[in-house]
Ligand binder design. Structure first.
Ligand SMILES: Nc1ncnc2c1ncn2[C@@H]1O[C@H](COP(=O)(O)OP(=O)(O)O)[C@@H](O)[C@H]1O
Ligand SMILES: [Mg+2]
Length: 235
């Protein structure tokens, strides 16, 4: 299996568009991603940001078709094929939407799952290797990562309970067994260790309100830091 070198990790950077921010939410099903994304979107809009929420795979006409194809498939897709499918949807999303929108100041893009989902699902849990998936992304613009990633951490039991509450049928990604879910949690924990500056690991077993407070606080900190860095540049 390939090695994850510091050099490889260093080639992943957040896009530099002053005044705009790229955020992502990660975590297993039921962690609260969709719920918190809506709250954060409303909060940022009140602060006069232009907010776009994107989902992966998808977000472009090509990406949505690919999403359907993956979700509806009845046959097994190999992890290598799956990793490349997600990366191609992501490449299209970056060029068609993310880069263009972030160039407009005061924009926040929030992705419901991003590169960490590929690293965890195909790289770690399906066994392709995290280094392999990083290598697939080691080319512009796929090497652009969010300024901040919220990893909402829950255990497998909570995930099952919340999925039942939500009452939606299991799709391609959700229909795997408990062992797969356990592996996902380990994988996400590993990503938080690999990218400690970008990934904020939050205990998502707490109440919705407590979760929201922590997410708002971290977002405000990010915005504040970026504003003071830009002011220093101007001086
Ligand atoms: N912190 C929380 N405490 C209790 N229930 C929650 C919490 N976060 C989410 N839920 C509930 O769990 C279910 C799944 O949440 P959702 O936001 O759809 O998760 P995800 O998008 O990560 O799969 C929903 O019914 C939601 O209301
Ligand atoms: Mg969701």
């Amino acid at each position: 299996m390939k090695e994850i070198t510091q050099e490889l990790l260093n080639s992943f950077r957040a896009p530099a568009f002053p005044g705009s921010f790229f955020l992502s939410f990660e975590g297993i099903e039921g962690a609260g991603k969709s719920t918190q994304i809506i709250k954060l979107k409303n909060y940022l809009e009140e602060k006069n940001f232009r907010v776009l929420v994107l989902r992966e795979p998808g977000g472009t006409p090509f990406g949505e078709k690919m999403r359907q194809a993956i979700l509806e498939t009845k046959t097994e897709i190999t992890p290598l094929a799956e990793a490349h499918l997600f990366a191609s949807s992501r490449a299209q999303l970056l060029s068609e939407v993310v880069l263009k929108e972030l160039a407009i100041p005061n924009t926040v893009i929030i992705c419901d799952r991003y590169i960490d989902s590929s690293l965890v699902y195909q790289g770690h849990s399906r066994g392709l290797g995290v280094a392999e998936v990083l290598n697939i992304h080691n080319v512009f613009p796929l090497n652009l990562v969010p300024h901040l990633t919220f990893y909402l951490r829950i255990n497998v039991e909570t995930s099952e309970k919340r999925q039942k509450m939500r009452n939606a049928p299991k799709d391609y990604f959700e229909s795997k067994g408990v062992d797969f879910y356990k592996k996902l949690v380990v994988g996400y924990d590993l990503m938080a260790e690999l990218f400690p500056n970008r990934i904020l690991k939050l205990d998502a077993e707490v109440t919705l309100e407590q979760m929201t407070m922590q997410i708002f606080e971290a977002t405000n900190k990010l915005i504040g830091q970026s504003r003071s860095a830009n002011q220093e540049e101007e001086l």
